[in-house]
Design a protein around this ligand. Structure first.
Ligand code: A2H
Length: 252
């Protein structure tokens, strides 16, 4: 990867019903998802966790909120002012992604009042927070993983995912990319005949197709910046999310 630190926007996704293993927690709980594309948050349809990765719930210095991320990310954040004491993470619980699947969440900007945490098998433990927000209109990885769950009942059953957590959630057109349409990830998925989230080479190709064009030529279709180029409003949108206490900036 690059030479300098990578800046991520951490999207705060509020837990609406406490998972069993966190039933004793008496503070607001958030899953924090690291994204490079804050301007796509209008199109969130779910949150991804890896079922086998370990996550921790930990105490932040942000109005006593409890956040969920990998231990590695929490440690990094403890050096970026997110804990009461620098370098010290107060852990409340250790959980697997599996323990947290099916949790209902409220996420900023999306038109869905409630979205759910679902399993994604390509999540890396050593990147971001291990929590990924899903925008299937603009991310081929997200679209492929969502279609896998929608098409395969056995896959939903394996992880205890109810139909209503998955089936009503279609990609939302939020950014128009010249020649790729209003849901560029769906366009690329179909054009390259991608079969599943395991189709690594084709997904890499799909990402190449979408990302550069999406960033330089994409035009927002929704929200207060509708009609503007993504590259021109990205920073403003990030600032607004942070000012509204719906996001933070995180480096690694
Ligand atoms: B992006 P980079 Cl719409 N494992 O957010 C796998 N993927 C992860 C991750 C992890 N631990 N942590 C973050 N990510 C994803 C939105 C998005 C993203 C769109 C389009 C492209 C895109 C919605 N998902 O990423 O290796 C997150 O997905 C393109 C790569 O640091 C995050 O931004 O470059 C991106 O990968 C960070 O990947």
């Amino acid at each position: 990867e690059g030479v300098g630190p990578q800046e991520y926007t951490l999207i705060k996704m509020k837990v609406l019903e406490k998972p069993a293993k966190l039933s004793a927690v008496n503070a607001p709980i958030y899953m924090v998802a690291a994204t490079l594309r804050p301007e796509t948050m209008y199109g969130q349809t779910n949150c991804w966790l890896h079922p086998d990765i370990k996550y921790i719930a930990w105490q932040t210095s942000r109005s006593s909120e409890v956040w969920i991320s990998t231990r590695r990310a929490a440690r990094n954040m403890s050096y970026q002012g997110f804990t009461a004491e620098e370098g010290k993470v107060v852990e409340i619980a250790e959980l697997t992604g599996q323990d947290l699947l099916g949790t209902p969440l409220a996420a900023p900007m999306t038109s869905h009042k409630v979205i759910y945490t679902l399993p994604m098998l390509s999540i890396k433990e050593d990147k971001g927070t291990g929590v990924v927000t899903s925008v299937p209109s603009d991310s081929p990885d997200d679209y492929a993983a969502l279609v896998d769950l929608q098409k395969k009942e056995a896959f939903r059953q394996k992880y205890g995912i109810k139909d209503e957590m998955v089936l009503p959630f279609e990609p939302v057109p939020i950014i128009e990319v010249p020649t790729l349409g209003k849901t560029c990830a769906v366009y690329a998925y179909e054009k390259l005949k991608i079969q599943s989230q395991n189709d690594k080479d084709k997904l890499a190709e799909a990402k190449e197709l979408c990302y550069l064009k999406g960033f330089y030529d994409g035009i927002l279709l929704v929200g207060e910046f509708a009609g503007r180029k993504v590259q021109d409003i990205k920073k403003d949108l990030q600032k607004k999310l942070v000012a509204a206490n719906e996001a933070e900036i995180y480096y690694e």
